[in-house]
Ligand binder design. Sequence first.
Ligand SMILES: NC(=O)c1ccc[n+]([C@@H]2O[C@H](COP(=O)([O-])OP(=O)(O)OC[C@H]3O[C@@H](n4cnc5c(N)ncnc54)[C@H](OP(=O)(O)O)[C@@H]3O)[C@@H](O)[C@H]2O)c1
Length: 312
Amino acid sequence: MKKQQTILVTGATGAQGGSVARELLSNKKFNVRILTRNASSEIAKELQEEGAEIVTGDLNDRESLKKALKDVYGVFGVTSFWEHHEKECVLGKNLADAVKEAGIQHFVFSTLPNYSKISKGQFQVPHYDIKALLQEYTKSLGIPATFVHAAFYYENFLTFFPLQKDDNDNYFFGFPQGETKLAMASAADMGGVVSTIFNFPTEYIGRTVAVVGESRTCAEYAQIISKILRVNVQYKYIPGEEFAASGSLLAEEFASMFEVQRLFIPDHQLSLIESYGLNPSMQTFEKWLVNNKYRFNIQKTSIANRVSAQLA
Ligand SMILES: NC(=O)c1ccc[n+]([C@@H]2O[C@H](COP(=O)([O-])OP(=O)(O)OC[C@H]3O[C@@H](n4cnc5c(N)ncnc54)[C@H](OP(=O)(O)O)[C@@H]3O)[C@@H](O)[C@H]2O)c1
């Protein structure tokens, strides 16, 4: 019997890599090896129980990558800007160099478009621009690669952008996206897309795929949240300068990101079609909310909220 090929999944204890590792494990077509800095974490142990081989390593340690890549066919790569900031670039290059050296046959790398270029230098968005640079670097090495661009996670409503309450006790979320449609997807749906890409290397090597589960205005997302969580939620447009003025590095970064999307990226139709083609189980925002509403901490304090939600 032919020996199964192995795929190394980085970031498997996190959102995107976790989705990829679980999907590959459930499909049983490839052996799954995961790279983690902490093999004794709960998530690493869970993945091991599900059948993954665990290797301890660090994107900052090139020797550990060499060992992790021994006898590997394919690699899923993801890098964390939020933990490493500008150093993300070094870590991503370490991974690409190791992939090249190991002669990996299919590298699926989670990167993003270059927002500095798209906005003709008007905005710098390091967590996008660094990943775009990593994409270019990987191409320059001649690695057989597919690039996946994850849209704004639905899960951001549980992390970076939780619902807030205004002075009248009404829920809202606000950022500078304005009336331009915002591409979103569940990070949990990345695995279904990536697994199909690994199944069709000839078709997908050399391609970039944007993973999008929904493309709507923020006002429409607010209506869907109101309907599913049964509470009145409004979207508030906060202009970029105002959003950035809170002073934190993160606020400036996000303000510039939304500004590029608001001003330069109006349409995601083809990405939606391709994403659902690659992963027919992609979740719409409404479906994801139904599955995840228990994770929202909603307090229905005002009668007005309940009445308006029923009317919505
Ligand atoms: N939030 C969004 O809407 C969105 C959309 C598109 C793209 N992104 C991008 O997604 C990236 C993060 O992906 P995620 O959300 O899947 O991450 P995550 O859930 O925060 O998990 C981070 C993963 O990276 C691994 N990791 C971090 N540093 C490492 C290192 N030095 N060596 C080896 N592994 C390391 C961690 O593994 P261990 O701790 O086990 O070692 C963990 O599995 C960010 O760069 C962000 O820009 C986010």
